[in-house]
Design a protein around this ligand. Structure first.
Ligand code: ZN
Length: 191
């Protein structure tokens, strides 16, 4: 850490517009469902709502090296389970060779003619596959769940002005989410 440039600009603690590198282990219903212990900590911009709201709130003021257990209620995590987010879609909306099966998680692109929803993508889980109708669940798989995080702050740095304007971190794979080649994305920011 002594070798880092601009150490005088290194934030002492977590506040808005600090880029946080964090190790985490997420336990739900007594089971570890996600973890960065394979050496792949998450990197995010504090205050930009890139992580669960309850977790973001709980880490303000932490320093590098700090560890903490954080319990996040569904409302501050992935939301309450919404029965209305179960949606039936015509089987014909999917390509004939699309490997539809219950449990499959898919990304649904919103209607390109709907300007309000432009470049919006939504995750859904296939619940049921009928001959003519497919039932999709747009609830997050962790909706309605209490999240138990065990976290460790690995690194803090100041965000660049560009990162603050974009509301996310640059220089890692986070931007790869926009991997779809689609005219709809022409207006997306450029690096
Ligand atoms: Zn950006």
């Amino acid at each position: 850490m002594e070798n880092k440039l601009n150490t005088e600009n290194k934030p002492a603690l977590i506040e808005d517009n600090v880029v946080v590198t964090m190790d985490y282990e997420l336990t739900v219903d007594g089971e570890i469902v996600d973890s960065s212990t394979d050496g792949d900590p998450i990197v995010f911009l504090q205050g930009a709502e890139q992580i669960a709201r309850g977790l973001e709130k709980a880490i303000y003021g932490l320093k590098e090296g700090d560890e903490k257990q954080v319990v996040v209620a569904p409302a501050d995590g992935y939301g309450e389970y919404d029965p209305e987010a179960l949606v039936e879609v015509a089987r014909s909306e999917f390509p004939a060779d699309f490997p539809l099966e219950p449990g499959l998680e898919i990304t649904v692109h919103s209607d390109e003619n709907d300007e309000e929803l432009e470049d919006e993508m939504m995750e859904a889980t296939v619940v049921e596959v009928g001959k003519f109708v497919v039932k999709l669940d747009f609830n997050h798989p962790l909706a309605g769940k209490t999240l138990n995080f065990k976290i460790k702050i690995v690194d803090l740095r100041e965000a660049t002005q560009e990162e603050i304007e974009h509301g996310h971190v640059h220089g890692d794979e986070d931007e790869d989410v926009f991997e779809f080649e689609d005219e709809d994305f022409d207006e997306l920011e450029e690096e």
